[in-house]
Design a protein around this ligand. Structure first.
Ligand code: COA
Ligand code: AMP
Length: 631
């Protein structure tokens, strides 16, 4: 089939207003929009300024009340606990409505924030939807973050209540969440008035009298009493959620997602990009703590009337590298969306794909990859083994959906391995040099998006318009700075090559090396430090720390290095995967004292590099190389 992509992209460019008004018809509004965009509102404009609606209604109630009451909304498959559960749209509606009533009872009102710190269990999805139902703004925090990071987010968004669970389960251990939550609340200046805790049998949490409430008990009672909550009509420009993501400092950025634009864009993406019809089973193997989980485990599949698969496990080790294939066969998954790192992990354990022989994965139509660059080797391996198209697409927490992709639902374009293909409608992507001039095809530069950003993209950062302006809009006036560097080829395909800031990508997780440096700097024996990303065959990148110790420190380097590793794990969390560190006597710097991290990264990755003209003392580069060799 010839792709309709070019016609559709051109039609958007010619008349964005009509394009998005048409897409808005996929949503059931209380008050439909009369116009798509108002350039005079907000920092750069706002989408659907006069529309009113509710995201939970569109994800749950319209399906439960009309066409698909008995269809599975969620299939929960947890090889790590040996549990499987199917939840119909009607059952989901009952749970979400009852939880909404419980939240109201705890005094949560429209616009209040609710922090959700949960493992991959259905209650996490129910919690998000219940917030959306009553107009509370959720902020989900990934379970792999430590108490300190959770505390930062609690202080930043000031939740009325926190919804959490007694534990998460990792292959090598049970992670007790409740002590981490208690510690975070202890550290934070802001104190939530209540915590709703899902008690899991693998580890029961000790509850604090008067503050902590048992989620299961409260839900059971509310349902027995027939307590329900209504879907509150919200302005399309109201916030649906805040999701904190790594910035260039230790202070995470609170990405705001609005109610209306988000529904319109991600609903459009389900058919146009992912080619999903209502009733199809869609599986995003990510975590609800990340943006992929928000958009494609929870909201987009449910908006479209698909069944979403909620997977609590890992691609390998739960119990083996055949888990993905077992799930595809058992639940008739039509599309799988994950990070390339998951496939690299499977490929490492089962290079010949022998586990595939035991399963029938014929329901699978497409594999979508995102979160990091999909390397051509991984794409080829997956194509050869799975026999389906493998589609890379590029996006960010800030956008909530693909900036560039290969829209399978509009007719697939030829795949160029190493490229996430072409800009999606809504995105006018350009490549600029550091002075803001457009560069030609094939030339590396800063990737930017011409304003306005399309629906679903962040209108601002939570209560921080100025930081939003400064971080994203100031450097290239009229454009949104993605923070990624790359180029466009002669056919208009994008190639995303690296970040322009200190963010690294570890197993598809976005992490700030600046935040790790801030944590390390708290060690009493460390005078100075630098963290860079080192290439890794499975995780893409891994952080590596370099330390300069205070003069007079006479304890063994190895002891201090172990303490630093522990410090980062305790301050940021195990997700930082910070396990390698070296002590050096000097760090390479420019004459003005800036640490040359990019050059250190190149040395660590054994890449060739020009010696920076501004370097203070080139001999230090050899010292770093020698230390790395010895490690
Ligand atoms: N709660 C607590 N700890 C967690 C956690 C959670 N929700 N998630 C991860 N961790 C811990 C892990 O146990 C690990 O701890 P360890 O140092 O004690 O081993 C550490 O954080 C690093 O986790 P991770 O980066 O996930 O590494 P891993 O070795 O456990 O698994 C992969 C590697 C590639 C299999 C896994 O990252 C994966 O499946 N990634 C693909 C999907 C994905 O996450 N995509 C995200 C964006 S699309
Ligand atoms: P996150 O906000 O966690 O989704 O991370 C977004 C960042 O991940 C992007 O800015 C890129 O640096 C990187 N990224 C995500 N998807 C891709 C992709 N398909 N190709 C290259 N880089 C990607």
């Amino acid at each position: 089939m010839t792709s309709r992509y070019f016609d559709i992209y051109d039609s958007w460019k010619a008349d964005p207003e009509s394009f998005w008004m048409k897409a808005a018809k996929g949503i059931d509004w209380s008050t439909p929009p009369t116009r798509a965009f108002d350039a005079d509102l907000g920092v750069y404009g706002r989408w659907f300024p006069d529309a009113v609606g509710n995201t939970c209604y569109n994800c749950v109630d319209r399906h439960a009340d009309r066409d698909r009451p008995g269809q599975a909304a969620i299939i929960y498959d947890s090889p790590i606990t040996g549990t499987k559960r199917s939840i119909s749209f009607t059952e989901l509606q009952q749970d979400v409505s009852a939880l909404g009533a419980i939240l109201l009872n705890h005094g949560v009102a429209v616009g209040d924030r609710v922090v959700i710190y949960m493992p991959m269990v259905p209650e996490a999805v129910v919690a998000m939807l219940a917030c959306a139902r009553i107009g509370a703004i959720h902020s989900v925090v990934f379970g792999g973050f430590a108490a300190n990071e959770l505390a930062k987010r609690i202080d930043a968004c000031q939740p009325k209540i926190v919804i959490s669970a007694s534990c998460g389960i990792e292959p090598n251990r049970i992670v007790e969440y409740k002590p981490l939550l208690d510690e975070a609340i202890e550290i934070a200046d802001h104190k939530p008035s209540a915590c709703l805790i899902v008690q899991r049998e693998q580890a029961t949490a000790t509850m604090i009298d008067g503050r902590d409430f048992d989620y299961g008990k409260e839900l059971g009672e509310a349902k027995a009493l027939g307590r329900t909550s209504d879907c509150v009509p919200l302005k399309a420009t109201d916030p649906l959620y805040i999701l904190y993501t790594s910035g260039t400092t230790g202070q995470p950025k609170g990405v705001v997602r609005d109610v209306g634009g988000h529904m319109v864009a991600v609903n459009w993406s389900m058919s146009a990009i992912y080619d999903m019809a209502p009733g199809d089973v869609f599986w995003a193997a990510s975590d609800v703590g990340w943006v992929v989980g928000h958009s494609y485990i929870v909201y987009a599949p449910l908006l479209r009337g698909c069944t979403t698969l909620l997977f609590e496990g890992k691609p390998v080790g739960t119990p083996d590298p055949g888990t993905f294939w077992r799930i595809i066969e058992e639940h008739k998954v039509a599309a799988l969306f994950t990070a390339p790192t998951a496939f690299r992990a499977i490929k490492k354990e089962d290079p010949k794909g022998k586990y595939l022989e035991d399963y029938d994965i014929s329901s699978l139509r497409t594999l979508f990859l995102a979160g990091e660059r999909a390397d051509p080797d991984t794409i080829s391996w997956a194509e050869d083994r799975l026999g389906v198209p493998v589609i890379d697409h590029w996006w960010q927490t800030e956008t909530g959906w693909a900036i560039a992709g290969n829209p399978v639902g509009l007719g697939r374009l030829p795949v160029k391995k190493g490229s996430p293909s072409v800009p999606m409608p809504g995105y006018d992507v350009q490549v600029l040099d550091d002075e803001g001039h457009a560069v030609g095809a094939g030339t590396l530069g800063n990737i930017v998006v011409k304003l306005p950003l399309p629906p679903s993209c962040l209108p601002t950062l939570w209560r921080a318009d100025e930081r939003f302006q400064e971080a994203y809009l100031a450097e290239f006036p009229g454009f949104y700075k993605t923070g990624d560097a790359g180029y466009v080829d002669d056919d208009g395909y994008l190639f995303i090559m690296s970040r322009t800031d200190d963010i690294i990508n570890v197993a598809g997780h976005r992490l700030s090396t600046g935040a790790m440096e801030e944590a390390i700097a708290n060690h009493p024996d460390v005078a100075e430090c630098a963290v860079v990303g080192v290439n890794d065959t499975v995780k893409g990148q891994l952080p590596m720390g370099f330390l300069i110790l205070n003069s007079g420190v006479d304890r063994a380097n190895a002891t201090i290095e172990m303490e630093v590793i522990k410090l980062v794990r305790e301050t940021i969390g195990p997700v930082a995967a910070f396990k390698s560190v070296a002590t050096v006597s000097r760090l390479p710097k420019t004459r003005s004292g800036k640490i040359l991290r990019a050059t250190m990264q190149k040395i660590a990755n054994e890449e060739t590099f020009p010696v920076p003209a501004t370097i203070d003392d080139p001999a230090i580069l050899d010292e770093i190389a020698a230390v790395l060799k010895a490690n």
